[in-house]
Design a protein around this ligand. Sequence first.
Ligand code: GAR
Length: 212
Amino acid sequence: MKRIVILISGRGSNMQALLEAKLPCEIAAVISNRADAQGLATASAHGIATAVVSHKDYADRASFDAALAKIIDGYAADIVVLAGFMRILTDGFVERYAGRLINIHPSLLPAYPGIDTHERALQDGVKIHGCTVHFVTPTLDHGPIIIQAAVPVLRDDTPQSLSARVLCEEHRIYPQALRWLCLNQVWLDEHGRVASDRLEQPGAPLLSPGLE
Ligand code: GAR
């Protein structure tokens, strides 16, 4: 069974969805860069080991990432899962875990990398928004895509209501993506593309607004 380490910075609802999904893996630890991350208590309540590596204790990104990698490797992690981990990682860190470092992002990448994704989607008037699970590469929020979920943007949406609709889908696609990785059904191939031996077909198209 693969060993998983989950990195968080805050609430940890995606982490919780992963812990509760009964995945075919061992969640070895949850690590936060913030001691006050709500998700740490949730992880402990699930009997998962937790650790804090505060970025404030390190002079630069490289030394923080080195300390983080040391702890991750101490748990012999096969896969490292970013679940609301709000630190930009150095190329060295990303390359160390190439092909086994994944992230969830609250937009349909490559649209809206970075922060404030829901606000920006509303400002642009897009009618479909969503979330993406992808392999992490040195270019921020641009790695090869494993799975995406799309949701309609509704007329009266606020960033909060849109974010809540997207988050429901995050909690569905992240466990699915990690399950595929744990079962070796999805992987990053030698060309840096997502490969899969699954035969699943896409679901129904999403039209937004719907047709009359
Ligand atoms: C989630 O919406 C996740 O997609 C986003 O932060 C939130 C964390 O919530 N991640 C990013 O924006 C990373 N660029 P959670 O702590 O409840 O899982």
